[in-house]
Design a protein around this ligand. Structure first.
Ligand SMILES: [Fe+2]
Length: 350
């Protein structure tokens, strides 16, 4: 590898002339932009324990009325990327949001896409384009870019959900904005997961004669996801990965364009050794006790804990229980990387 010239090699008046004309020489920065062999990462394999988040979230509920917060969220920020930048990984925003009984979030829509994954509490709901989506623990709720949505809470105890957004990318593109609107007229009927798309493999007949909906299914109940994982585990060989992707039931493609969502199960005592991937990820433990090794950093994550996996990271995830399964929810940016044409899987972890 040849030694590239530095900025200091250049005469000062030449450098000044470049600056005066908004020009930059590439060669001093070439290796930083295109490192040889492996991408350079600032993202750290960091763990956010729910035991550290929950009391602070509840305290925020006492300190800041919802009118003064609009969204009462503690953002899981990766220290490697600068806390103020509010990135769990370069492309993934994760926040833990508290909704107290009777609180609402007014109807709005925005250019970033969001999902909610319910962590605790009953009685919360999100309405998307007039479709009321109940929110029970582990349910995945989609609020895609440009669709009207509002939140409410009809229960009697705090509800906490995890927000996952593609916000860092939309912000980077200087394309992030929000519009507030009139309250929706909410249809009083089951959401699509209970009606039109009740079962995988069955779709409304009329959907065959029209272009696929972008977001036909906006709620994925955990009850169904967990049952599907359990049945899949029973039907696959030990060691074979038990992971299901949340997809658009009309196209079979990822359910959102930038971020991907999946759920995985680790059998009792099992250790998963996924291939290294060019994508980054955030993993959230729904059930069980896990021990992960991410680029050599040991992460003990239990129920409701969340951790970041940098791009290109070597990962193993073990279920620490030898008697009970563990379930995790995964957010990654593989869909965007696939669409941009550079998604890769590398060799398996040792
Ligand atoms: Fe929103």
């Amino acid at each position: 590898m040849s030694q590239l010239g530095t900025l200091e090699d250049l005469p000062i008046d030449y450098r000044q002339g470049l600056t005066d004309h908004n020009l930059v020489p590439l060669w001093p920065s070439l290796r930083a932009a295109l490192p040889h062999g492996r991408a350079s990462r600032r993202t750290q394999p960091v763990l956010w324990r729910y035991a550290d988040i929950r009391p602070r979230l509840m305290e925020a509920g006492r300190l800041t009325p919802i009118e003064r917060a609009e969204r009462r969220v503690l953002v899981l920020a990766n220290p490697g990327l600068g806390l103020a930048n509010m990135q769990a990984t370069p492309s993934i925003y994760i926040g833990m949001q508290l909704i107290l009984p009777q609180e609402t979030a007014p109807n709005h829509k925005h250019s970033p896409s969001a999902v909610r994954f319910v962590v605790e509490g009953h009685g919360g709901y999100t309405a998307v384009q007039g479709e009321k989506l109940p929110m029970e623990r582990g349910d995945l709720i989609l609020t895609p870019a440009g669709l009207w949505h509002e939140h409410g809470h009809e229960g009697s105890e705090p509800v906490v959900w995890m927000d996952a957004l593609d916000l860092p990318t939309i912000l980077f593109l200087e394309a992030s904005y929000c519009i507030e609107g009139q309250p929706q007229s909410v249809r009083n009927q089951g959401d699509a997961s209970q009606t039109a798309y009740r079962r995988a493999g069955l779709a409304p007949y009329a959907s065959l004669d029209r272009a696929p909906d972008k977001y036909p299914l906006k709620r994925f109940p955990w009850k169904d996801t967990r049952a599907a994982l359990t049945d899949l585990a029973a039907a696959t060989d030990p060691g074979e990965r038990v992971q299901l992707a949340y997809v658009n039931p009309q196209t079979g493609q990822e359910c959102m364009p930038v971020l991907g969502f999946s759920a995985l199960m680790l059998r009792p005592g099992e250790t998963a050794r996924p291939h290294r991937r060019s994508s980054s990820a955030v993993l959230h433990v729904v059930e069980g006790e896990t021990q992960a090794l991410v680029d050599g950093v040991e992460i003990d994550a239990g129920v409701n804990d969340t951790f970041a996996v940098p791009t290109h990271a070597a990962v193993t995830i073990a279920n620490r229980s030898t008697s009970r399964p563990a379930f995790l929810f995964q957010v990654d940016d593989a869909p965007m990387q696939r669409r941009l044409g550079f998604f890769e899987e590398f060799e398996a972890a040792a």
